[in-house]
Design a protein around this ligand. Structure first.
Ligand code: NOJ
Length: 578
């Protein structure tokens, strides 16, 4: 038996109920803002912090409780802000420190938490620390990873065969220092040396600086790259073994990543940062500050970021299982497996998170088909734990078309026109579509840093606000449902009803039972929910319908026979409490 305030309920792979006094982040609805593309307040075609502040009420409107913002710190923008030149300064393109402070104070008034993107793996090569390191200044000389390389037959070659995520060798020759430096991403993003305790302290200081400024936590960028294998006794680094997928030594997939990512020390770095956050809270009070870490690692490795028996880790190691493993053909058993696998591998007492898109991936509607936009929003917002939605997914934005000429993403520009579309992250970064008016309401200027999506006149916040069962209105309705005790704190039982239909039951003693049903494919399906869930009441009603539905909100239905239209996803509610 569970109580209202309570405790654990496990049914099969069912998930533990969340305590009513649980910390804010456990069931938060997170929203990722990519500031360049969110809202431009000064007409220069690039979004900025005042634009975010202007739109904080929109976040309230759509039920978002926390937002993480991609970087807005001083940067030459080789990777659009993920190449930071000063970790404590706002880039003038995005505004000023005062604008940042205004944004935080408005967000606090609205009770929307602000999460900063913390990019510890690398800086910009314009960063003062790098410039001093390259000049060999004593304090800074080991801030980054340097190596003279090797000279064979009079020809200099890099220290190892390591490849950059953005193509080409991960080592770049520096004329000034006469050595190579490591950059796992762009050559303008030199990797820090985290084995140097001074670097660690420098980064700890960055965290404290922003905590003092009032942020509620950090999204930690590319954490799995933080350490590389330690150099051997001669200061050398081993080659990574070859993969056989490609013969192109410039392609990231050329080598099997055993020395450049997922080194055993890495989660411990996160444990150290968690201590800083907890200490800050102990000293300053307020609600829990959080870490959300980005790691594209095998699931067993991801779990280490939650912490171990002696140390707390990140509250939210991003769950990329759905992003990484689902495709258009995946059936309901695959969904079921991925969801329950995360829940069962998660260490005791930890909490789940669900992500389906971000600024590095194609839009959900473009990846899985526009027919499945509501399906993924329903899934994310009714699973137990917190949901993380990328800006624009609530209105079902699709990938924008960005020609080769207009392409600016280094991941695509470092390659070739022939396959740039497969590499480019620009299509998911086109400006937010606010209205059907000039420039989609994104800017008052006449140009934008990436083209506006061609469908903006139909697909925008303003139009969708007024359209019954638009993606936006479905999203808002979901946020209301999320407040229901069974969805907020109840247990979950996620099961495939067949190859085609996934069911997610949420229940809490004394409350209505909620079941989300997702029809993943384009056939009409009839399901008997008693076949998958024991002890289910028979009488339900529609608590959420979409444009795919022929039923209306409030219509009654028997659990023994629910008919779903092609791609229809719904939420049902029992008519009696359990
Ligand atoms: C992951 C970020 O999400 C991506 O946009 C960036 O290019 C790399 N890390 C490097 O910082």
């Amino acid at each position: 038996m569970t109580t209202w305030f309570g405790i654990v309920l496990l049914v099969g792979l069912g998930f533990l109920a969340v305590n009513a006094t649980a910390p804010w982040w456990q069931t938060a609805s997170f929203y990722q803002i990519y500031p360049r593309s969110f809202k431009d307040s000064d007409g220069n075609g690039v979004g900025d912090l005042n634009g975010v502040t202007e739109k904080l009420e929109y976040l309230k409107e759509i039920g978002v409780t926390a937002t993480w913002l991609s970087p807005f710190l001083l940067s030459p923008m080789a990777d659009f802000g993920y190449d930071i030149a000063d970790f404590k300064e706002v880039d003038p393109l995005f505004g000023t420190m005062e604008d940042f402070e205004n944004m935080v104070s408005r967000a606090k008034q609205l009770n929307v938490k602000i999460i900063l993107d913390f990019v510890p793996n690398h800086s910009s090569d314009d960063c003062d620390w790098f410039i001093r390191s390259a000049a060999g200044e004593e304090k800074y000389k080991d801030y980054y990873i340097w190596h003279p390389g090797f000279v064979e037959n009079g020809v200099r070659r890099p220290p190892s065969n390591w490849v950059s995520v953005f193509r080409g060798s991960a080592w770049e020759w520096h004329e000034g220092r006469q050595e190579y430096y490591l950059h796992q991403f762009h050559k303008k993003q030199p990797d820090f040396n985290f084995r140097n305790p001074v670097v660690r302290e420098e980064m700890n200081d960055v965290l404290r600086f922003w905590l003092e400024k009032g942020v509620d936590g950090f999204r930690v960028d590319a954490i799995y790259h933080a350490f590389e294998i330690q150099a051997d006794g001669n200061g050398n680094y081993p080659d990574e073994p070859r993969n056989d997928w490609t013969n192109d030594p410039d392609e990231y997939g050329y080598t099997h990543k055993i020395y450049t990512v997922d080194q055993p020390e890495t989660p411990h770095l996160v444990y150290e940062w968690r201590e800083i956050l907890d200490q800050f809270q102990a000293d300053n009070g307020g609600e829990e500050r959080i870490l959300m870490v980005e790691t594209w690692s095998p699931i067993e490795v991801v779990m280490h970021y939650y912490g171990n028996s002696t140390a707390e880790g990140a509250q939210i190691p991003f769950n990329f299982q759905l992003i990484s493993n689902l495709n258009r053909d995946s059936d309901a058993y695959h969904y079921e497996y991925l969801i329950n696998n995360w829940l069962s591998l998660m260490p005791n007492g930890k909490s789940a998170n669900w992500v389906i898109g971000n600024h590095d991936k194609n839009r959900v509607g473009s990846r899985f088909g526009a027919d499945r936009i509501d399906l993924f929003n329903i899934l994310l917002l009714t699973l137990p734990g917190c949901s993380i939605t990328y800006q624009g997914e609530e209105i079902g934005m699709l990938d924008g078309y960005v020609s080769w000429k207009d392409t600016v993403d280094p991941q695509a520009c470092n390659g070739y026109e022939e396959n740039y579309m497969a590499m480019s992250r620009d299509p998911a970064r086109t400006p937010m579509q606010w209205t059907d008016g000039n420039m989609a309401g994104f800017t008052t200027g006449s140009t934008t840093w990436l083209p506006i999506g061609q469908d903006y006149a139909q697909r925008n916040v303003q139009t969708e606000r007024g359209a019954a069962l638009s993606h936006l209105n479905v999203f808002k309705k979901l946020q209301q449902l999320r407040k229901e005790p069974a969805i907020q704190q109840g247990a979950a039982d996620v099961k495939a009803v067949s190859h085609y239909v996934l069911a997610n039951k949420r229940y809490l003693s004394g409350n209505y039972v909620y079941i989300s049903l997702l029809n993943i494919f384009d056939n009409i399906e009839n399901v008997n929910l008693h076949d998958v869930f024991d002890g289910l009441p028979d009488n339900f009603q529609y608590a959420l319908v979409t444009r795919k539905s022929i039923k209306q909100l409030g219509d009654k239905v028997s659990a023994s026979s629910v008919t779903l239209m092609p791609y229809e996803s719904i939420v049902l509610r029992s008519t009696t409490t359990v």
